[in-house]
Design a binder for this molecule. Structure first.
Ligand code: NAP
Length: 318
């Protein structure tokens, strides 16, 4: 085990298998695999959930370098050592899907997985809970379900934006406007989601699904007039000194504005939105809900969501 309390490496897993002794007590039961991994807030949220549910085991970070050829050996070791499952973070989400024996429909459509369940027969199943996390956070913040909303997502070319867009399609939202700096990237996703938007639930001239370039302010202005929920799924706002991805004058008091970023808790976009009279929410509860959905997959029981949210809030403030 490395100096950082519960961070394991592939070598630690090999030694555990060869020596038969678990590296900590209670023994590791769930992991989060990534590179870098030291910043992950998942253990701070998942360990209290395990403890509250009376599940004996530790949630550990597993550092697998970004240049690893595949996750096959890592998954085989984890399965043999009795791990129930693992979360996956950057840059291994595609490799995790490839290394899994089976996959659910969402991770298959997305091409990436963030949750793996190890089954008793030695196989593994991949899932993606980002979309569920997004829907749960929107419900918490605005008391609305995606199916009742007209939604614009900025940054649909990225992984998180794509997950949210797919969830919007699967839940049958009224209208979906996908916005990206590089608009050409959106063509395959728009084609994939087309079938979810074929029926004619809305009256009026606008299509139920559209793509717009972020730089096309005139098209954005027109489209956003008919939108309820604006989502930022870009990384703009993460770094100190960042601006907002959207000109402030395009935000109206009737808008709900959801920023997937949670640190800082109020991005320039959310500051602008609040000044325009819109309702706002950041991405903290999205993280909690995607983690809660992972917990439900691993243990087949309802997760202690309130505990996970408060543990996460405390970790974010620490
Ligand atoms: P990603 O795959 O790297 O996607 C980045 C997206 O941001 C792309 O659409 C990209 O546009 C756009 N972008 C980057 N720089 C930009 C700029 N200067 N101007 C305009 N657009 C820009 O990242 P990701 O994993 O999807 O994450 C996106 C954001 O969501 C991050 O801030 C992340 O922290 C957050 N997130 C939050 C949660 C949560 O649980 N709350 C979960 C996942 C992600 P192009 O396609 O044109 O490059």
């Amino acid at each position: 085990m490395t100096a950082n309390n519960f961070t394991l490496t592939l070598d630690d897993l090999r030694q555990w298998r060869d020596g038969g002794t678990a590296p900590c007590d209670p023994r590791p039961l769930i992991g989060v695999i990534g590179d870098p991994i030291s910043h992950s807030l998942s253990p701070a949220m998942q360990q209290p959930a395990l403890d509250e549910a009376g599940i004996e085991g530790r949630y550990v970070k597993i550092h697998i370098p970004k240049n690893v050829e595949s996750l096959d050996e890592c998954f085989a070791l984890m399965s043999e050592l009795g791990f129930q499952g693992t979360n996956i973070t950057i840059p291994h989400k595609e490799a995790a899907l490839a290394a899994s024996t089976k996959a659910d429909s969402v991770s298959t459509i997305m091409g990436v997985a963030n949750t793996i369940l190890f089954l008793a027969d030695g196989t593994s199943k991949a899932y993606n809970t980002d979309g569920v996390g997004f829907a749960g956070a929107v419900r918490d913040a605005f008391l609305m379900d995606l199916r009742d909303l007209r939604i614009a997502i900025i940054g649909t070319g990225g992984g998180a934006g794509k997950a949210a867009a797919i969830k919007c399609g699967m839940d049958g939202c009224e209208r979906l406007v996908m916005i990206n700096r590089t608009v050409e990237k959106l063509r395959p996703l728009a084609e994939q989601l087309g079938p979810y938007f074929r029926d004619d639930r809305l009256h009026g001239p606008s299509d139920r699904i559209a793509t717009i370039a972020l730089a096309d302010t005139a098209a954005l202005q027109e489209a956003l007039e008919e939108i309820d929920l604006i989502v930022n799924a870009t990384s703009v706002g993460l770094k100190a000194g960042d601006g907002s991805p959207l000109p402030a004058h395009l935000i109206r008091p009737h808008h709900m504005v959801f920023d997937m970023i949670y640190a800082p808790p109020k991005t320039p976009l959310l500051i602008d939105a609040e000044e325009q009279g819109a309702r706002i929410a950041n991405g903290a509860n999205m993280l909690a809900h995607q983690g809660a959905a992972s917990f439900a997959i691993w243990f087949g029981k309802a997760p202690p969501v309130a505990t996970m949210k408060s543990a996460l809030a405390a970790a974010m403030q620490a």
